[in-house]
Ligand binder design. Structure first.
Ligand code: SF4
Length: 455
């Protein structure tokens, strides 16, 4: 289905769409406040952008350096070319250790690889330990946002879900009560897990260590009790030096939620004493993006979600309408790189307002890349027929000034006299929620000429 079709389903519930919009705008406003409190914010963004660009230019060398240093610290490093290899590697490690229950902290990469259903098909119970992730897992849905996976739910919905799955009181919606119920439920899972799996926010080539950022401490708890820790990371998560970490950690939380820093920024250097640490480095299409001059910078993304919180389209259409692991503006760049035909509608789900580019902490030129995707999609013949024909008609009119003039004059004369049903009908999608502005008495050309003549 296209983004427009799915978004129409989401906005059909007007109050919910409004509430979703307001909630994310609140987070965006918090981000602004936090950013404005750092006088050197723009220098930080520039530094992050340059560090990422330099890393991507030498990614192969940095990856080898990271592998050598991580191995020296006692970790086992694995390489996966795609999602299937990643899943197989994780399964083999788990089976070798006889793992029946895995506790997992938030990792968009494992979502991208569909690791949970894969492991469950092989008889391994996977428990997402981030509260938002656990909520969407219990409801059988994918996350709708990369930082706040259950942001599309109201507390009343979560009360119903917990009543069904965790046996809480029917109709309960008190956040403290629900959070306590989730805590008790997860505590049991933590204590009985055979292995812990985390994502990676930043891996440092110079040291072979990596950092996982959470607000709930669930990653630390998940990998402190069992002896086996698996960390899965996309190859773009690398940064060259330990001293670069400060730049990214200062940007990440402020951009994501408006916090000065995430509550837990946990550093891992090698396995626990007597334990095992496996790091799985995953490509899954990233090398192809790296090879593209137009879209390489999308790999700089540190998954803060700021572009989603500010995007007027994402805020009103919800994350599930993108049908991708990473939704919103950055997801609309990454998804067509994976399958241009399937995700051809996403770069068009953009108002090109540029707000995403303004907030991006690593200065990705998001809306420019979305515009480039539109051109690529059109050149490859992936536009729907209706759009192709209407674009051709618009192009014909715009290339013939006399025709443009006649069309304008006709519209200005006729539209004010047309009955409403002839303007506001099912063919005018634009007019479904908006009134057309009144027709101006004169064209821009006439007004301009008048001004030039000083009249
Ligand atoms: S593209 Fe930029 S703003 Fe969007 S999630 Fe990535 S880093 Fe954050």
């Amino acid at each position: 289905m296209t983004h427009a079709t799915l978004a129409a389903e989401f906005v059909a519930d007007g109050p919910r769409a409004h509430w979703h919009d307001q909630t994310l705008w609140f987070v965006r406003a918090k981000r602004d406040k936090a950013a404005h409190q750092v006088p050197e914010w723009e220098q930080l963004r520039e530094a992050a952008s340059q560090i990422k660009a330099a890393t991507m230019a030498n990614l192969a060398d940095y990856l080898e350096q990271f592998e050598a240093n991580a191995t020296r610290l006692g970790a086992h490093v694995h390489w996966a070319a795609n999602a299937a290899e990643h899943n197989q590697i994780v399964l083999e490690i788990l089976e070798r250790h006889g793992v029946r229950r895995l506790v997992k902290s938030k990792s968009m990469l494992t979502e991208e690889c569909h690791l949970n259903p894969f492991l469950e098909r092989h008889g391994i119970e996977v428990v997402d330990s981030d509260l938002g992730e656990r909520i969407v897992q219990l409801s059988g849905e994918p996350p709708s946002h990369i930082v706040m996976p259950a942001i599309h739910y109201k507390k009343e919905d979560i009360g119903t879900l917990f009543h069904e799955h965790l046996g809480t009181e029917a109709g309960a919606s008190d956040p403290n009560y629900l959070a306590e119920a989730a805590r008790q439920h997860l505590r049991d899972k933590f204590l009985t897990a055979d292995a812990g799996l985390t994502g990676v926010n930043f891996a440092v080539a110079e040291t072979g260590g990596f950092v996982v950022c959470t607000n709930e401490g669930n990653a630390d708890l998940g990998v402190s009790l069992p002896k086996l820790h698996i960390a899965c990371m996309g190859i773009e998560k690398l940064i060259p030096r330990a001293k670069d970490l400060g730049v990214f950690l200062r940007l990440l939380a402020r951009s994501a939620t408006g916090q000065p820093i995430t509550t837990y920024s946990s550093h891992f250097h090698g396995p626990l004493p007597g334990g095992e640490l496996h790091i799985v480095l995953v490509d899954n299409g990233r090398s192809e993006i790296l090879g593209s001059d137009e879209f390489r910078r999308s790999l700089n993304c540190i998954r803060c979600g700021a572009c989603m919180n500010t995007c007027p389209v994402y805020r009103r259409s919800g994350g599930h309408s993108y049908e991708t692991t990473v939704p919103g503006p950055i997801g609309s760049i990454l998804a067509p790189a994976r399958d241009m035909k399937k995700f051809a509608s996403l770069p068009h789900a953009c108002s090109l307002c540029g707000s995403c580019t303004d907030v991006c902490p690593v200065k990705i030129d998001i809306h420019h890349q979305l515009l480039t995707w539109r051109r690529e999609i059109a050149l490859h013949g992936n536009l729907p027929l209706r759009k192709r024909l209407s674009m051709k008609a618009a192009s014909f009119v715009l290339r013939h000034p006399w025709l443009y003039k006649i069309a304008g004059k006709t519209a200005r004369t006729i539209v004010p006299w047309l009955p409403r049903f002839m303007i506001y009908n099912r063919f005018n999608g634009w007019g479904r929620q908006r009134e057309l502005p009144p027709m101006p008495p004169r064209s821009f050309r006439e007004l301009y000429r008048q001004r030039q003549n000083g009249k």
